[in-house]
Design a protein around this ligand. Sequence first.
Ligand code: A3P
Ligand code: MG
Ligand code: MG
Length: 384
Amino acid sequence: NETETLPARKAGKFTSGTKSSFSVSQIEAFCGKLPFYRQPNEVGCFSLDDKRSFHDDKRQLRLFTPPHSINFDLRAGYEDFVKRDEEEKEGLEHLLRWINRHKEKFEIVQSPTATKSFPSESPASPRGHLTKIMCTPYEKRESWQMAATLYNGTIYVSEVETEENKHKRQNMEEKHKEMCFWGYNFESYVTSQVEGSLKATNGTKKSERPASNDSEAFITVIRTRLGKHSLVFGAEVDCCAKENGDAPANYIELKTSVQPHHHNQHFTFKRYKLIKWWAQSYLAGVPKIICGYRDHNGFVKELQTFNTLAIPRLVRDKGMWDSSICLNFLDRFLGWMKEIVRKSGPDVVYLFSWREPFIEVTVSEIVDGSQHFVIVGGFLCFAA
Ligand code: A3P
Ligand code: MG
Ligand code: MG
């Protein structure tokens, strides 16, 4: 019997149809020395237009150009806002299209001796995959699911909407939908089109108009390494500080938040918002986050700049969060994922889930064909 002579694999317990798990109950176990995170490097970028069509250029990169006086009505223009159809899942489609066109940038990855690359954080998701995984030790309310497949030595990860999140999205209150628009509208007030970008101008500087859609996006393709894990992911970028500056050092993340006044509002802001803002920008190497503080009627009268690397020092109070726990968790989680995702091929999909009661990440191997990656025009795509 040939199988008896094979060395036992750590993931050996994990066979088809069974579940394995990664415990998140003792988060102190992830405390300690920071794993090495290499300076994120932009290997390329691309744009998505108002129809979510792919363009292999920077046409959607915007410039930070705030007006002298800050007084924005974020509610203005909602009637004309065209929301993207979120039933249409894009998965890794755009990122893989970019990778497929720029294979030369991945020559090292394709050599047999190289460590696995790990395309993640699909541009389709406004909140990236790696960000979600990294915040897991402090996330007890929002579930996530990631589908992973091994193909040519690389693990591809694509997010799958959970039933709970689908239900929340489909039953979102009108007021909440409008508030999602406020975030995009803030971006339109403080940015303008980069001079000489390929995008046709119609005479009006876009900063003077409200946000018209949430489909347009500029995505940076980042290559970096966390511990032993080589990573490739796309990250949506809101704007840059100056034209032709160094990327990603030149990039700025824009956010809005209700201005905190009382002690408990400051606590909530730091505990629940700053962790996500930090994780998203830290991973992509975006050094600055500019927040527009709004009131309950959607008026922004003040901006505050946060330096991404300084955020962990602002959240040292009791009951907050620790960036070393986040990074160590991500590092060890990716190690566990590599142990699990061993069988290769587009039809073998491992589904990782974080959900109630939020104690452990579970994984199951999907063999019923309900989840699969497909190869389209030479590149791998996720098709649920
Ligand atoms: P704010 O976060 O400033 O309110 P991002 O900040 O990641 O660039 O996202 C831009 C805006 O998209 C957000 O602005 C928010 O309005 C909206 N948004 C992002 N992720 C969302 C989500 N998961 N659900 C609903 N809206 C989201
Ligand atoms: Mg954005
Ligand atoms: Mg933003």
